[in-house]
Each structure stands twice: as structure tokens, then as C-alpha cells.
Write a protein of this length. Structure first.
Length: 399
């Protein structure tokens, strides 16, 4: 039987500054595909001319990954794709410049993430819906941003895209908000397997670099309103009033294109409450520093109001880091009730959890990857490859 040729799948670059979780998702996907199923898939990454060269170099350095740089894939200042690209794809049925680039690179399939390439796209396509934040938290979107995102989802569904989701929670939301969807739908729960190169940095050096104490909580979320940093500030204030001084180290982008000035306002509040030593924001930090801080923290905190399948939670699971999470359905699903949970408007509950962890935690130590990670990663790779083959087979059946 002839050997199956590698499937060439087009991905568009997701800048880390715009969406760190999306960038990390694709980086991890490329790495685990190469490590667990080499030669099965060739990820072809289409990046804009202004995309960060260092970020692109990291992805290009993963064996099997090809990179194409073109102004066709440049981003707007406020989002992952330009409004003109979406309009062209809807009006003409085809994002012709992008399709020309795909054709030149002999693409077999397109992976759409936050960009629609048209209902006349001549390639099989998978549309990844990370979450349904605009439907669950509509007050965080301007009217135009809401309808642009919703229209994008609707045209992808109407165009017969196979929809990829990351959780059963998201599947329930899809059925609720977009009933009658006749396209294929797959739930592919991702698992992270960081390469050894990202775990080589000494955590003690990273902790010293940022001037952190040996015992701290870690909050690696971008500073967007739905990430709910406010409740952590409120909980720290409660703890300080109880006479308990703890430190939360936070990292991630401070830019939210939907609400400029949010980070500055929140940090001004931190100062006014006298919490500068308790809430330490480190900014955007290298990924090896993220892993170092995660592995030695007392616990990961994720207070988000909405997640598709949290990258930070998945990474904490990989190392067995204790977790204090907002009580949303996907967090329960992702951790199988194996964490501490608090209501997204309940700083007292969060403070109580932090107090118990801080008062019972032993000396700081560095955690290593857990043995059960291998099973989760293999399942993720198998599910993703099965999805791509099903989509290709379906397309051949329609031909």
C-alpha cells in the first residue's frame, strides 16, 4: 500500500501581542504533530510582513513547518484580520490574494482562525471557533465588533466549513446560539507539551530577575476586561485587611483594543489601595519565563469570565500545579472538578481559597511534567489528524 503523502495545511499567523493563547496554541500544535506523528502534516504558516520576526523564527524552527511571508496576511492594528479581507471574501465569495498564495504553496487544506477566506474557497477548510465570547459577554463588544464576529461565524457555518471546537461546553454554546448547523462539528481538546528548550531556564533565576518572593500565585492572562483581573485585586485587598500579605505575579499583554486605558486604570487602583507589593505585573515575558514561574508557583489563578479551553489551565495540568479558577463550565470540564473554584463576582471566595493555599503550602519547589501528559497529548494529536482526514474524505466524496 503506497505511503500517504503529508497533508499540507495552511495556517495564518496569530501575533502573540494580539492573542497570546492563539499563538501558543498553534506553536504547541505544530510541535506535538512533529513529535508525535512526524510526516503526517506539514503546517504551512502564512504570516504578514510586519509580524514579529522572533515569533516567526520560533515557529519556523519547528521541524516540518514552512513559513510564507506576504503583505496579503498583514493584520489590522486592532484585530487578527482586516475588515476589507472579510468584506472581499463575503462579497466576491473568495479572498483571491490569499487563495493565490495558498495555491502557489500547493496547499491541501485551510485552517481558518479568525479569518474567513470565502464560500468559494477551492480547498477543504476547517474553521476553529475558540469560544463564543461575543454571545456570552456581548457588553464587552462594540456594536460593529459584535456583528463582525457574529457574521464571520455565520458565513463560515453557511459555507459548509467543518467546525472545530475545543470543549463540550463550546459545543453546547454552538447548538444554542447557531441551531440547525448542518456542517460537520468536531470537539478536539488540546493538550500542551512544552519542548525541553522552554524548560531549561532555572526558575530561581527568573524569580530573582523579577524580584519575586519564593512563594507567590501566578496569573498569566492578557489584560483584557473579561480576564477579570479586578476580582484578584479585590481579593488581595481583603487578604491584606485580614493581615495576610500574599503576592500575585501577573504577566501578559496590557493592550485591549476594545478598551484602551484599562490596564493603567487598574494599576492606578492597585496603587491607591496600597497593593503595589501584592499585585506585581511583569508585562509580556518570554515563554521560558512563563513556564519557570508556573512550575514554582503556589497555584495558578485564572479568574476569566469566558474561556474556550484555557491554555494556562492546560499548562498547569501538565505540571500538576494547584489551580484556583473561576467557576465557569469549561473550567469544570477541563479540570474534571480537580481545582478550587470561585464565582466570577465573589472576591471573598477567591480570597478564602488563596488564604488556605498560602497557609498550607510547603517550601517552594520546581515541578516537572506529569506522566499522564503523554496520554492527553497523543489523544489531541490523534483527534486532530482524524478530523483533517475526515474533512479531506468528505471533500473527495462531494467531488
Amino acid at each position: 500500500m503506497p505511503e500517504r503523502a503529508p497533508l499540507r495545511i495552511a495556517f495564518t499567523n496569530i501575533p502573540r501581542r494580539l492573542w497570546a493563547g492563539g499563538y501558543n496554541y498553534q506553536r504547541n500544535l505544530f510541535e506535538v504533530l512533529n513529535r508525535r506523528s512526524p510526516g503526517t502534516v506539514v503546517p504551512v504558516l502564512f504570516a504578514g510582513t510586519a509580524d514579529d520576526p522572533e515569533e516567526i523564527a520560533v515557529l519556523a524552527g519547528i521541524p516540518g513547518v514552512e513559513v510564507v511571508r506576504s503583505p496579503v496576511f498583514d493584520h489590522s492594528a486592532t484585530g487578527l484580520a482586516r475588515a476589507t479581507d472579510l468584506a472581499r471574501a463575503i462579497v466576491f465569495g473568495l479572498d483571491a490574494p490569499a487563495v493565490a498564495a495558498f495555491t502557489a504553496s500547493k496547499i491541501d487544506m485551510v485552517f481558518e482562525s479568525a479569518r474567513f477566506f470565502g464560500w468559494r474557497l477551492p480547498f477543504p477548510a476547517v474553521a476553529w471557533f475558540p469560544d463564543f465570547q461575543h454571545r456570552l459577554l456581548p457588553h464587552l463588544f462594540s456594536r460593529s465588533a459584535y456583528w463582525r464576529r457574529d457574521l464571520g461565524f455565520r458565513v463560515q457555518i453557511a459555507s459548509g466549513r467543518h467546525i472545530m471546537l475545543s470543549s463540550a461546553t463550546a459545543l453546547g454554546n454552538l447548538k444554542k446560539f447557531y441551531p440547525g448547523n448542518s456542517s460537520g462539528v468536531s470537539v478536539v481538546r488540546f493538550a500542551t507539551e512544552p519542548p525541553a528548550s522552554l524548560l531549561a531556564t532555572q526558575p530561581s533565576e527568573v524569580i530573582a530577575h523579577y524580584g519575586l518572593p519564593s512563594r507567590y500565585f501566578y496569573l498569566p492572562n492578557q489584560f483584557w476586561r473579561h480576564k477579570n483581573h479586578q476580582i484578584v485585586v479585590d481579593a488581595l485587598d481583603l487578604l491584606k485587611r485580614r493581615g495576610l500579605d500574599v503576592v500575585v505575579a501577573a504577566s501578559g499583554s496590557t493592550q485591549d483594543f476594545r478598551e484602551s486605558g484599562l490596564f493603567e486604570a487598574r494599576m492606578k487602583e492597585v496603587k491607591a489601595r496600597g497593593l503595589e507589593m501584592n499585585f506585581r505585573h511583569l508585562g509580556m515575558i518570554p515563554l521560558d519565563h512563563v513556564y519557570a514561574l508556573l512550575r514554582t508557583s503556589m497555584a495558578l489563578i485564572n479568574p476569566s469570565e469566558c474561556e474556550g479551553w484555557s491554555t494556562t489551565v492546560e499548562e498547569a495540568k501538565s505540571f500538576g500545579v494547584p489551580m484556583i479558577l473561576s467557576d465557569i463550565d469549561v473550567h469544570r470540564e477541563q479540570t474534571e472538578d480537580g481545582a478550587r473554584y470561585f464565582g466570577i463576582r465573589d472576591p471573598k471566595s477567591l480570597a478564602d481559597h488563596m488564604s488556605r493555599v498560602a497557609q498550607t503550602a510547603g517550601p517552594a519547589f520546581v515541578r516537572n511534567l506529569l506522566p499522564n501528559l503523554e496520554h492527553r497529548v497523543e489523544a489531541f494529536v490523534a483527534d486532530f489528524i482524524r478530523l483533517t482526514r475526515d474533512v479531506m474524505a468528505s471533500r473527495r466524496g462531494q467531488a
